[in-house]
Ligand binder design. Structure first.
Ligand code: SAH
Length: 464
């Protein structure tokens, strides 16, 4: 981050701008939204500037800038649209102690003005370090659309009510009160008028003053395969309001970033292999925090109900009298077939699909292998990398076709996703050559669609 975003107090303080043309006007329109004392320095100010002057909204010095003109100013804008003059005026302003900006000159500016979404007093500042103004404008447009225009009014009324709400104990109860106001009761009341909003605040405060603290609760939340955009809205909401997040090691940092800033983040470090917290330690940890009154999010990769030892954690909650619920997520198998453009099931190929773990396959009975070895079968094998040679051996022994497609997808849905298209006969060698370190899913009986298309073209050529 080369520029650190801050909000500068401008009420009653001086801001000076040198320039009287288009660039000056653009900046002034923005600055006139503040309560700053504005001075414009220009020998030839545009008519709008003169109109603002006669309306008493700013003062104008009709000449070129001189030393001392920016005395006591917090901010200075060089907006003469002339490189030499801008360099001169900004040097003068710096000498006067103001922080300076030269319009359209990132390198020589001490600060830059972000794109602003204005729902005063709610203000969103968007910066791209000058790299992509188009992007900043797009984000601004998106946000403008997303933030209801009544938000500013709501925030202003809420601000006036802050002192009263301070009667609520700090922490969860006060936070719940405000989120109830801004996200629920407030917007509803606003449609009936501002008086209604004030009444609603009074009623809401009464309710929260007498309410008992919310008891602790555990949400078992699926974080999906890694791409933050594959989180469900419910998962996002749970992360937004969590006091404690207990997560697996597979959860990507981008997703952990989404948790409420004050939330306690605990890495339970469970991975198929390698060091990990024991399951009973994790169970105890979940229960301990929920019992202390926390809203706990137990964040699991993919879908929490798939190879996640979820039942042990639920049993621990039930035994301790802690309430819980499950928020499903996108499992690795879904992300992996999507990555190769295939369906998990297909008419006349396979009407069923097996979800297996590489670990448990060692305990497979002969009839399981026989069933899987039939042509057209599809299986999604989790944690199957280390078991590849074993799986290959058993399937071949039970008559599987050595040319059966097997695709391994590493880091499905993540930027470093890798796809290895193999066959049953080449699987162990192809895996060894690929040298994968990330989580990987093996899709038995499926080839990437592109490869298949290419293959069938070759077939057709051969038959032609
Ligand atoms: N509950 C998870 C699975 C947990 S078991 C889910 O529903 O996806 C962990 C295994 O899931 C890993 O060993 C790997 O086989 C698979 N896995 C998890 N995330 C993955 C990803 N992004 N890409 C490929 N496989 C993944």
């Amino acid at each position: 981050m080369q520029h650190f975003p801050i909000f500068v107090a401008l009420a009653g303080r001086r801001v000076v701008l040198s320039g009287g043309g288009e660039a000056a006007l653009a900046k002034l329109r923005l600055l006139l939204k503040t309560e700053a004392r504005l001075t414009v320095i220009s020998a030839n100010p545009a008519p709008d500037i003169l109109a603002w002057e006669s309306a008493g909204r700013l003062s104008v010095l009709r000449r070129a800038m001189q030393p001392g003109d920016a005395d006591g100013a917090v901010l200075f804008y060089a907006a003469d649209e002339d490189a030499a003059e801008d360099a001169r005026t900004s040097a003068l302003a710096r000498a006067d102690g103001a922080l300076t900006n030269i319009v359209d000159n990132l390198d020589d500016s001490q600060f830059i003005t972000p794109a602003i979404v204005d729902r005063d007093p709610v203000t969103v500042a968007i910066g791209t370090e000058g790299a992509a103004p188009v992007l900043a404008r797009q984000i601004k447009a998106d946000l403008e659309e997303r933030l209801p225009s009544g938000l500013g009014r709501l925030a202003r009324i809420g601000k006036g009510f802050r002192k009263m709400a301070d009667a609520l104990p700090m922490g969860r109860r006060r936070r719940d009160f405000w989120s109830d106001f801004y996200l629920g009761a407030g917007p509803r009341a606003l449609s009936a008028g501002e008086d209604q909003v004030r009444d609603t605040l009074d009623a809401l405060l009464d309710r929260y003053m007498s309410a008992a603290d919310r008891p602790g609760h555990v949400a078992f939340v699926g974080a999906g395969p890694g791409d933050p955009e594959l989180l469900t809205l419910k998962a996002r909401k749970a992360l937004d309001s969590a006091d404690v997040v207990i997560h697996d090691r597979l959860i990507s940092p981008e997703i952990l970033e989404l948790a409420r800033r004050e939330a306690l983040m605990i890495d339970a470090g469970k991975e198929g292999f390698g060091p990990s917290m024991s399951q009973s330690d994790i169970d105890a940890l979940i229960v301990e925090h929920a019992r202390a009154g926390a809203q706990v999010v137990r964040l699991k990769s993919g879908d929490p109900t798939v190879f996640g030892r979820l039942d042990e954690e639920i049993d621990a909650c039930t035994a301790a009298g802690v309430t819980w619920h499950i928020v499903p997520g996108i499992t690795a198998a879904s992300a992996s077939v999507a990555a190769i453009g295939q369906s998990l099931t297909r008419r006349e190929r396979n009407a069923s699909v097996r979800f297996l773990t590489g670990h448990d396959m060692k305990g497979f009975a002969d009839h399981d292998w026989k069933a899987l070895a039939r042509s057209g079968e599809v299986a999604a094998i989790y944690m199957g990398k280390k078991a590849a040679r074993f799986i290959q051996g058993r399937l071949l022994m039970h008559g599987a076709d050595p040319a059966t497609a097997v695709t391994v997808i590493e880091n499905a849905s993540r930027p470093d996703q890798k796809i290895i298209a193999a066959t049953l006969s080449t699987l162990p060698a192809d895996l060894a050559a690929a040298d994968m370190n990330g989580p990987a899913l093996t899709l038995y009986g499926l080839a990437p669609r592109a490869a298949q298309t290419v293959l069938s073209q070759i077939d057709r050529q051969e038959f032609a």
